[in-house]
Design a protein around this ligand. Sequence first.
Ligand code: F2R
Ligand code: MG
Ligand code: MG
Length: 308
Amino acid sequence: MELSKFIGCLIGTATGDSLGAQREGFFDFLEVRDIGSRYTDDTAMMIGVAESLIEYTGFDGEHMAKRFIENYEREPWRGYGWGPPRIFRMIKSGRKWNGMLDREIYPGGSFGNGAAMRIAPIGLFYCDDPERLRTVAYQSSRITHSHELAMEGAALEAYADALAVNLKPSNLNKYEFLRELKKFVKLKPYQDRLEAIESLLDKNPKRDEVIKKLGNSIEAFNSVPAAIYSFLSNYDFESSVVYAVSLGGDADTIGAMTGAIAGACYGVEGIPWRWKDRLENREYLEKLAEKIWEIKRRLNINEGNGIE
Ligand code: F2R
Ligand code: MG
Ligand code: MG
């Protein structure tokens, strides 16, 4: 369990998000290579997940929802999706965090990528317990995203973070990585896209083919696979996130999710200084990652002594 990989995962999320935020709104396949001075809702919500896991020493839905609401109210201008602020208002008015409130906005609940984009701290916290990781990924998603495709997308992204944090970059075998993800995933749209990733890895496809097969939009099933592909089809942190963002569409979020996986794999040393220097709240993000790492060192998650 390397501290540098924990820090890389959270700093990677914020870096990919800030890079992608620069790209949003352009329609050509523009390659952006410098991050902006602000991260967006993706990182703001990821911070809420990390703060809650740390303060509660594990998952508590009411606590996490409270953190989301406080962070949103302090910075409502971060570019939140349409649903979450409405859900926060419902919870503030006394509704339960697990009342599947998103179903009052979207039939069957939201399948937006808002649960997957914030999931990195859960991937780290439960990196040695895939079943607990899945359960907590689902529970944490349910606060704002109760559609099974959103919850499964969050669990898949968390599991990719966990696999990446557990491997030595020199031992990365993209086909083996993909095999592990295929064993983990349960829903067909994700199984299909993981199959598509395998066939894309065998060639050097044009971006429009990647977008056609994997998506690049705001739905979880049209963005988590693109993040996984961006990581697997490149060879270091910078090339992974630059590629992810160049896919366009929901660029900040695909950038954030790719950054989380690549940061967990290559560690914080793999993230270019010109980006780290410019990153907003870098020291605070590092502290959060360090605290998660310390908690995991203190408590042995496999023996179930304390982490809920
Ligand atoms: N682009 C954004 N946010 C919009 C910025 C507007 C902002 N308020 C402003 O000030 O300009 N980026 C951020 O939003 C994405 C994450 O969104 P999240 O949290 O998943 O939101 P939501 O509302 O749950 O879902 C997003 C969209 O997905 C579609 N959708 C979801 N469930 C659906 C369903 N059951 N049926 C049909 N459509 C569904 C809708 O289009 C939702 O609006 C990230 O990109 C983040 O960066
Ligand atoms: Mg965003
Ligand atoms: Mg986005």
